[in-house]
Design a binder for this molecule. Structure first.
Ligand SMILES: *Cc1c(COP(=O)(O)O)cnc(C)c1O
Length: 230
């Protein structure tokens, strides 16, 4: 069985090569290790191997893990990447550093109200339903600009950019299409007055190369770092 340290090394090599191919500095792409369903000890092992940013999907599971790893809190950043219901916003505003999955104003308003004053602003991304799947969460591409303007005006939040989970595609060329669409939306927002936006959260274990080619600044990688999920 491969260790988390060796898997992380393999993922970092993939990222380095993807950046090189894209002519981008390696420092421009952050690796977010997606630790959903993994035990706190797996996060501890990844941290020992130099990984500091972790993504979680399920609020209660994440809160338990953040508590179990309280001794490392100052060194870690915790990113919520899964769907967020209105009734869970308070604990999320209190415990996380980032939320990637904002897709409606009401959730953002609650987070803004509930972000404790002693913490820095909560970093947020808007999740875009870039492949226009009926079942997927995310704001429609046509509605992104209006939501971005409204979220950007809220206190205690810092709007950083866009996130998407494109439909799986077989090869690099097909994978690049939705990633390119998200990047174009991102560039339109930046050109329309939201020039502070700096985060394009896209790319997972199966398509991180395509995402880096198209300008990802954060790739969210689970199985390639931690192995399979139960
Ligand atoms: C699970 C998940 C990932 C990581 O997926 P892998 O295929 O395991 O790399 C990334 N982003 C989101 C939103 C996820 O839910």
């Amino acid at each position: 069985m491969q260790t988390i340290t060796s898997r992380l090394g393999t993922v970092r090599t993939r990222l380095d090569q993807a950046c090189q191919q894209a002519g981008r500095p390696v420092a421009d792409v952050q690796l977010l290790a997606v630790s959903k369903t993994q035990p706190a000890d797996a996060v501890r092992a990844a941290h020992a191997a130099g990984q500091c940013a972790f993504g979680e999907n399920y609020v209660q599971e994440a809160l338990d893990k953040i508590a179990a790893l309280a001794d490392l809190r100052a060194q870690l950043s915790w990113h919520l990447i899964g769907p967020l219901q209105s009734n869970k916003t308070r604990v999320v505003a209190e415990a996380f550093d980032w939320v990637h999955s904002i897709d409606r104003l009401k959730v953002a308003e609650r987070l803004a109200e509930q972000r404790p004053a002693h913490l820095p602003p909560l970093n947020v991304c808007l999740q875009v339903n870039i492949s226009a799947e009926a079942s997927k969460s995310g704001v429609a591409a046509a509605d992104v600009a209006a939501l971005a303007r409204a979220v950007d005006a809220l206190p205690r939040l810092r709007l950083r950019g866009l996130m998407a989970i494109p439909e799986p595609a077989a090869d690099l060329a097909a994978q690049r299409i939705p990633h390119r669409a998200l990047r174009e939306l991102f560039e339109q927002l930046r050109a329309s007055g939201l020039s502070r936006l700096d985060t394009l959260s896209m790319g997972m274990s199966a398509d991180l190369e395509a995402a880096v080619q198209e300008g990802a600044t954060v790739v969210r990688v689970g199985t390639a770092v931690f192995g399979g999920r139960a």
